[in-house]
Ligand binder design. Structure first.
Ligand SMILES: Cc1cc2nc3c(=O)[nH]c(=O)nc-3n(C[C@H](O)[C@H](O)[C@H](O)COP(=O)(O)OP(=O)(O)OC[C@H]3O[C@@H](n4cnc5c(N)ncnc54)[C@H](O)[C@@H]3O)c2cc1C
Length: 413
């Protein structure tokens, strides 16, 4: 990683702004194809990123595609299942390929792999403005303190995550506000290390429309947090939007409530030592909120809304969409620029049904009694448990499960 702005080259094939999972995955894919890639981030790495640190099956698959799964799993804490508890304390265990690795380590591994594939990394450098010629993006202005430098590129990839400032600077944002906000801290509690070995998700009416989580990172350290979502569209339409709570939720109060909601949360939080402060961050979900591309520019990862509603899981899809943006750019030459962009859009469109499903499933966080009913029903039905596990593992898409008809059928069959 280079820290000096004066060493920034004047041009490159592809400039990638943001070295999180999306940007670094794009850099790996382009670097190994032999393109001259410059990767920049406003923070020097390794850097902390506010996250639950949970790696669900799609993240495992994308890491495998990048050749990084073994390395990541050497450092990660494996978990055999996801345990969801309902407001009335009922639980279901959903089997899946799961792990936890703090983002400071995960993102550093992925970013270093990009450098190993030939990407030149410069940080801390902040993107402030695009360079445009005849309506085409041809580069960007990057700043470090008071110094600003220009870099030109055949393509620019914006992978700047959920904070909308960079999207606004690129004039491609459709929505400033977040889809969700969440807050987490790390808690050290050695006594609980052998008791909480799975990913725990806690639904409760006092957390609605949101939830709490406890994810074990290993060595007696737990990532503990709460999140609240804007629950618009889908099954509930405007009625749900009216009950949106992102703007007026106090996440600290929610976090305090979490420590009272379940015995394990109580023991963990009250008996443990908090490592560092509680930190919050926004999320952008459902592949909405920004334009996916402009001539010369691709938008990928959470900047393009690639995080799932309901669960807030987004590392896997950030990696995956970063790979897709890079693969589309690699078609340049065989295809015209418009076709390259159309190809990327069609690849993203293919992911939309899954995102819609998570959006519709937000009904569970909005109406906790429904989560109670479904968890109660799932305890009795192996078939239903299998379908929910198929959703987590992305082996099936039980879209009809979260329609009104599907929910009624749950209780009549
Ligand atoms: C509290 C919380 C809990 C979460 N829990 C989970 C979880 O358990 N599992 C999961 O899969 N997902 C989780 N997510 C979602 C996950 O964090 C995101 O989906 C993921 O980080 C998106 O990756 P990305 O590469 O698109 O963006 P990011 O990881 O946000 O990376 C963007 C990068 O761009 C850089 N950047 C931004 N603006 C500029 C600029 N102007 N100039 C230069 N660089 C810039 C940033 O410094 C950053 O490094 C959680 C999110 C939150 C907020």
């Amino acid at each position: 990683m280079n820290t000096a702005i004066e060493f920034l080259p004047a041009r490159c094939d592809v400039l990638i702004i943001g070295a999180g999972p999306a940007g670094s995955a794009a850099a790996i894919t382009l670097g190994q194809a032999g393109l001259d890639v410059v990767l920049v981030d406003q923070h020097a790495f390794p850097r902390d990123k506010v996250c639950g640190d949970g790696l669900i099956p799609d993240a495992h698959q994308a890491l495998a595609k990048l050749g990084l799964l073994d390395e990541v799993m050497q450092h990660a804490q494996l978990a055999s299942h996801l345990s969801c508890s309902s407001p009335r304390g009922k639980r279901i265990d959903i089997q899946g390929t799961l792990a936890v690795l703090p983002r400071k380590q995960l993102d550093d591994i992925v970013c270093k792999a990009a450098v190993a594939k030939g990407a030149r990394m410069f940080a801390p450098l902040r993107f402030t403005q695009l360079i445009e010629e005849e309506d085409r993006v041809v580069g960007a202005h990057l700043s470090q303190g008071e110094h600003t430098q220009q870099i030109r590129a055949d393509w620019v990839i914006l992978a700047t995550g959920a904070v909308p400032a960079a999207l606004s600077a690129a004039h491609i944002t459709h929505r400033q506000g977040p889809s969700a906000v969440a807050m987490r801290c790390y808690i050290k509690n050695d006594a609980m290390a052998s008791q909480i070995t799975q990913l725990e998700v806690i639904f409760h009416k006092s957390l609605a429309p949101g939830y709490g989580w406890i994810f074990p990172c290993g060595n007696g350290v737990f990532n503990v947090g709460v999140g609240v979502f804007n629950t618009g569209g889908g099954l509930l339409g405007q009625r749900a939007t009216a009950r949106s709570k992102v703007a007026d939720t106090n996440l600290r109060d929610m976090f305090d409530q979490l420590s009272q909601l379940s015995e394990s949360a109580k023991q963990l939080i009250n008996g443990g030592e908090q490592l560092g402060p509680l930190k919050g961050a926004p999320l952008r979900c459902t592949l909405e909120g920004a334009q996916l591309s402009r001539p010369g520019l691709m938008v990928t990862g959470e900047a393009a809304g690639s995080t799932y509603a309901l669960t807030g899981e987004g590392i896997g899809k950030a990696l995956e969409t970063g790979i897709l943006a890079a693969q589309a750019i690699l078609l340049n030459g065989q295809l015209k620029e418009d076709q390259v962009r159309a190809h990327y859009h069609s690849q993203i469109d293919a992911l939309r049904p899954r995102f819609k499903l998570y959006e519709r499933a937000q009904i569970f966080s909005l109406y906790p009694w429904l989560a109670d009913l479904v968890i109660w029903r799932a305890q009795k039905s192996a078939r239903l448990r299998q379908r929910i596990s198929g959703l987590l593992n992305e082996t099936s898409n039980p879209g009809h499960l979260f329609t009104l008809k599907g929910l009624v059928r749950l209780f009549t069959h």
